[in-house]
Design a protein around this ligand. Sequence first.
Ligand code: FES
Length: 295
Amino acid sequence: MKLTGTLELLDHLEKADVLDPAATWLRKAARATVRPQWLRDALHGVPFGHPLHPVAAQVPVGAWTSAAVLDLVPGAERASAILVGTGLAAAAPAVISGATDLSELHEQQQRVGVVHASANAAATCLYALSLAQRLRGKHVSGKLLGYAGFGVATAGAFLGGHLAYHQAAGANHAEEVPHRTPPGWHSIGRLEEFTDGKPQQVMLDTVPLFVLRQGDEVQVLADACSHLAGPLHEGKISRQQVSGRAEDCVQCPWHGSTFSLRTGEVVTGPASAGQPVFQSRVVDGVVEARLPGAG
Ligand code: FES
């Protein structure tokens, strides 16, 4: 594919392995700072079924954008300073949730993420200086520093958009499964072809399935992990507590997201979206699967 202009620049950024030491440092720092699994899950957005970072970033971005508008209005210095301070106070959750997400991404995503985070850190520093000047009554330099921060934050937001929409970081990688799966029941193999207790991958048209035989029963899920499409059939099966009851779960081999085999719900992140679960049955020795809502 021929790349032009900005996209070519971003392509270079994704391939810039000179950023890898910084990405490694950030990844280790995030993992060392946020240790409890429940807290990591909350910062990934597991309890909400949606990444937390874009929501957490709304407050500083909104407050600083509003301050940029008010800085053009004569006599609005006090209100503008309050908005700049509000953005600074709200930056911490955005920073921590973003760093936690970044620690579980592909290396190309992490390189863009490092520059995105650096731009936002620089913008935060500029806004802190801006607030300091405003509090000292130096509103002209406070406004100029604010606009500098706004410009840098906008560049950071552009990179965040590239991460989310072009590199699909934070996107649900299982979303298309119901659209690509034909409706109704489908044969996926004879029961004796599946080794008891060992997950296997089976293709249903173009959709890879995770298939686990347990005696005469068969569990079927979409095989591509909702986090970044890791192969769940290469994952580990274990018994976990899910909503107060012990259930068989699969742990993704790439970043460790764990899903209930019964419901597909996320037990631990970084995935925040559940895994599509197929109904299954055995008819005359043939395993059949069906995805409710497919087509
Ligand atoms: S691909 Fe990241 S946890 Fe599965």
